[in-house]
Design a protein around this ligand. Structure first.
Ligand code: ADE
Length: 226
């Protein structure tokens, strides 16, 4: 999978994909992330990519021209399955969205800054608008990193044990059950017996029960979703 990201602060996205699971995905050739600095398509020698908003009001808006030129140029090299704009007024990102995006080949992500991007770009180019939560970040970069990480770990072969993503929280609309490791007795707190008895069927039942219990307690809303 190839993910291209257009940003005015590429430095913010250099580290997240160079460690741990994302690094492995890259080394195995399963996920390739390219960062494009929007200033490469700036309209003048001052590297301008934003301007005051029509109608007045505080805050700058990302101009249509640099973005359109950037997207047009990148689209000449490849066809994108989705062109995503990271924005707090987009659809809420969740595991279902991550699952469906992980099946795509080529994705372009646009990171907004300032007051946002000119509406005409949203209408002409953007196929999907995604928010990672009901709060406003100073730019779309950290949100893009969240989305790419959530997608990347789902690609077949990225996680060591391929099945492990299947048991993550939110797959099947359930939160993950509690997990334990050694020692079996930590300062008098014992690991549940069922996990020590070596009966895989019982373990599976216990985990499912715990998942349900946890979801009922913490996120009952998930149980109402299809
Ligand atoms: N840009 C700023 N805030 C954001 C959010 N919550 N989600 C996605 N992009 C954003």
């Amino acid at each position: 999978m190839q993910i291209d990201i257009i940003t005015v602060v590429p430095e913010l996205l250099e580290s997240p994909f160079n460690h741990s699971i994302m690094k492995r995905a890259k080394e195995k050739g399963l996920l390739n992330v390219n960062l494009y600095n929007l200033r490469r398509w700036a309209i003048n020698k001052h590297m301008q990519v934003d301007d005051y908003q029509f109608g007045g009001g505080a805050g700058m808006v990302m101009m249509p021209e640099p973005l359109a030129n950037a997207i047009d140029e990148l689209q000449q090299a490849k066809k994108y399955d989705e062109i995503i704009f990271m924005t707090p007024d987009g659809e809420s990102f969740n595991q279902k969205t991550a699952n469906s995006l992980s099946l795509k080949e080529n994705i372009l992500i646009i990171c907004g800054h300032y007051k946002g991007i000119d509406e005409r770009i949203r209408q002409k180019y953007i196929t999907r608008e995604i928010s990672i939560g009901d709060y406003v970040l100073s730019g779309g970069e950290l949100a893009a990193a969240v989305v790419v990480d959530a997608i990347g770990r789902l690609l077949p072969g990225v996680l060591n044990d391929e099945t492990s993503a299947l048991f993550d929280s939110f797959q099947d609309n359930l939160l993950a059950p509690p997990v334990y490791t050694r020692p079996a007795d930590f300062r008098g707190n014992k690991v549940p017996d069922v996990l020590l008895q070596g009966d895989p069927k019982k373990v599976e039942e216990w985990r499912h029960e715990q998942s349900l219990l946890r979801t009922k307690e913490r996120r009952p809303d998930l149980l109402d979703e299809e």
